[in-house]
Design a protein around this ligand. Structure first.
Ligand SMILES: Cc1cc2nc3c(=O)[nH]c(=O)nc-3n(C[C@H](O)[C@H](O)[C@H](O)COP(=O)(O)OP(=O)(O)OC[C@H]3O[C@@H](n4cnc5c(N)ncnc54)[C@H](O)[C@@H]3O)c2cc1C
Ligand SMILES: NC(=O)c1ccc[n+]([C@@H]2O[C@H](COP(=O)([O-])OP(=O)(O)OC[C@H]3O[C@@H](n4cnc5c(N)ncnc54)[C@H](OP(=O)(O)O)[C@@H]3O)[C@@H](O)[C@H]2O)c1
Length: 459
């Protein structure tokens, strides 16, 4: 089968001493060269063959290809969104301004008064870097955001604590008001977001949290100031909403995110509206006669994108090979339209346009399509230690290599030893007198304490 990957697909090898898990994709031709894909159009025989005509360009030379199927992995952070029309007076502003995508080095901020517009992850990362050399740094945010520390409870990485099956069960089944209260309680335990000017405007709408360990201390020490939305720009200054005084500014960094687009595809194949592409399970255009085109990575659940893209690739490759069937078009379209609605739900919270899917639920759904979803109940009878580790512990991608296609012999061992590998890089000094058996005992006790912390941390 000839399948082009627009640059790369995610089938990551797992490092370590175990043999590597098998790849699900075997194709005779991969387009991995440094060519730009200019266009992808349905082949004239598409209705019967599902084939695509692709035109690529390299060194000024265009080449045509015919492919049996296409995986679009072109990412969603290529086209900056710079909505200057939302910022009155920007045309008269005499300072420098640019989009975060153009930012390369903090030297540009040396001794300057800097305004960062937008409090997504880019905005906060850039503000933190700028504040080490700039004279003054302000972040303007219209909505505020919840801030999470990478160093999460008890010093563990946040997603290893939050992205567990137990947590997912709690998150998806608690009534909305209770979820909202718990979320507020959890995120405000580090510091009170209202006191730092960060409290989200509409707490019912969960936007992508910002991951940054420095911002609270930089606010506390006055290196960064949080401001409301921009009302207007003047020649050398900015005026914020609800703030009477002008703030002198030298540089504005618009950290206003990205626009999703597929310039090489026809709109009839993938339509993007309001940063949302109409795709079944964020992957397949539902209206195609043949399911031979898939978009990978166009999803932002709260969790690592790599396992998600890997699972998408495993599912897609099986659909392409005819080993998995998609539901009828009407069923897929109904689901796509439901996703578009951003209605307030009683059970669970409402997520903004990019975060409508629970990370673990999405992974499980795709895994169930390919027969790779682990059965915790089944394992409880045959391998209780593994079952409990899977339920209470982090949902690492090895879980989806225990059974089904792409099964990997090393998966069980990898799951049972994942904490050792996570802690190895930081445990660089072992106190004298500690023996390996003591360490093993500590690991067991630590695991039990961690489980207890996970369970009781929410009470
Ligand atoms: C500033 C920034 C910091 C980030 N930091 C983190 C982080 O710390 N941790 C994290 O997990 N995520 C982070 N992310 C998100 C992460 O980068 C993305 O989730 C991830 O890169 C998505 O991978 P991808 O392969 O889908 O797309 P990309 O990595 O964007 O790769 C897409 C590729 O397709 C190529 N391409 C596009 N169009 C064409 C075409 N027509 N022809 C040929 N090639 C094309 C692009 O050049 C690009 O190389 C960050 C994002 C940004 C913008
Ligand atoms: N270290 C990391 O992990 C890291 C670093 C960078 C980026 N990323 C990822 O890359 C992706 C892009 O991040 P990003 O921060 O560039 O973009 P983003 O998350 O889309 O945030 C853009 C922000 O710009 C502001 N904005 C957008 N339109 C606006 C308008 N018309 N007027 C005023 N403000 C406007 C909003 O901020 P307000 O609501 O605050 O006003 C919005 O949240 C995200 O998924 C992010 O997680 C990750």
């Amino acid at each position: 089968m000839r399948i082009p990957f627009l640059v790369h697909a995610h089938e990551f090898p797992i490092p370590g001493s175990h043999p590597q898990p098998p790849l699900d994709i075997h194709c005779s031709w991969l387009l991995l060269s440094c060519s730009t894909v200019v266009s992808i159009r349905k082949h004239p025989d598409f209705a019967t063959t599902g084939q695509w005509n692709a035109v690529t360009e390299a060194g000024g030379k265009q080449t045509s290809h015919v492919f049996d199927a296409v995986m679009v992995c072109s990412g969603n952070f290529s086209e900056p969104s710079l909505p200057l029309q939302c910022f009155p007076g920007i045309e008269r502003f005499r300072g420098q301004y640019f989009h975060s995508r153009q930012y390369k080095h903090p030297d540009v901020f040396q001794g300057k008064r800097v305004l960062v517009v937008g409090m997504g992850n880019s905005g906060v990362d850039i503000a933190v870097e700028a504040s080490r050399v700039a004279a003054k740094v302000m972040i303007s945010t219209t909505r505020g955001a919840w801030l999470l520390s990478r160093v999460f409870e008890h010093g563990y990485p946040w997603d290893m604590i939050l992205n567990t099956r137990l947590m997912s069960l709690i998150k998806t089944n608690l009534p909305g008001p209770l979820s909202w209260w718990l979320l507020n309680y959890k995120v405000n335990r580090w510091f009170n977001h209202a006191n730092y000017g960060l409290q989200p405007e509409n707490s019912w709408l969960v936007r992508e949290p910002v991951l940054n360990d420095d911002l609270p201390s930089y606010i506390l020490t006055g290196r960064i100031t949080i401001k409301p939305g921009v009302k207007e720009f003047k020649d050398n200054s900015v005026v914020f909403h609800n703030c009477p005084e002008e703030e002198p500014i030298d540089i504005v960094v618009f950290c206003t995110g990205y626009t999703v687009s597929f310039p090489f595809l026809e709109e009839s194949v993938v339509r993007v509206e309001n940063k949302h592409a109409s795709l079944y399970k964020y992957v397949f255009p539902p209206q195609l006669q043949k399911p031979t085109l898939a978009v990978l990575g166009l999803i932002k659940p709260l969790g690592a994108i790599m396992p998600v893209a890997e699972m998408q690739a495993r599912w897609v490759s099986r659909v392409f090979k005819g080993l998995c069937q998609l539901p009828p078009q009407a069923v897929m379209e109904k689901e796509v339209n439901e996703k578009k609605k951003n209605q307030i739900q009683w059970f669970g919270l409402t997520f903004d346009e990019v975060l409508k899917t629970e990370w673990l639920v999405y992974l499980d759904t795709l895994a169930s399509f390919i027969g790779a979803k682990p059965s915790v109940l089944g394992l409880l009878c045959t391998d209780p230690r593994l079952a409990l580790t899977i339920f209470f512990g982090p949902c690492s991608p090895y879980q989806y290599r225990l059974e089904g296609p792409g099964r990997w012999q090393g998966a069980r061992q990898a799951i049972l030893t994942q904490w050792d590998r996570v802690l190895k890089p930081t445990r660089t000094r072992v106190p004298a007198g500690s023996s390996s058996s003591f360490l093993s005992l500590l690991t067991v006790v630590g695991l039990l304490l961690l489980l207890a912390a996970v369970i009781f941390g929410f009470l």
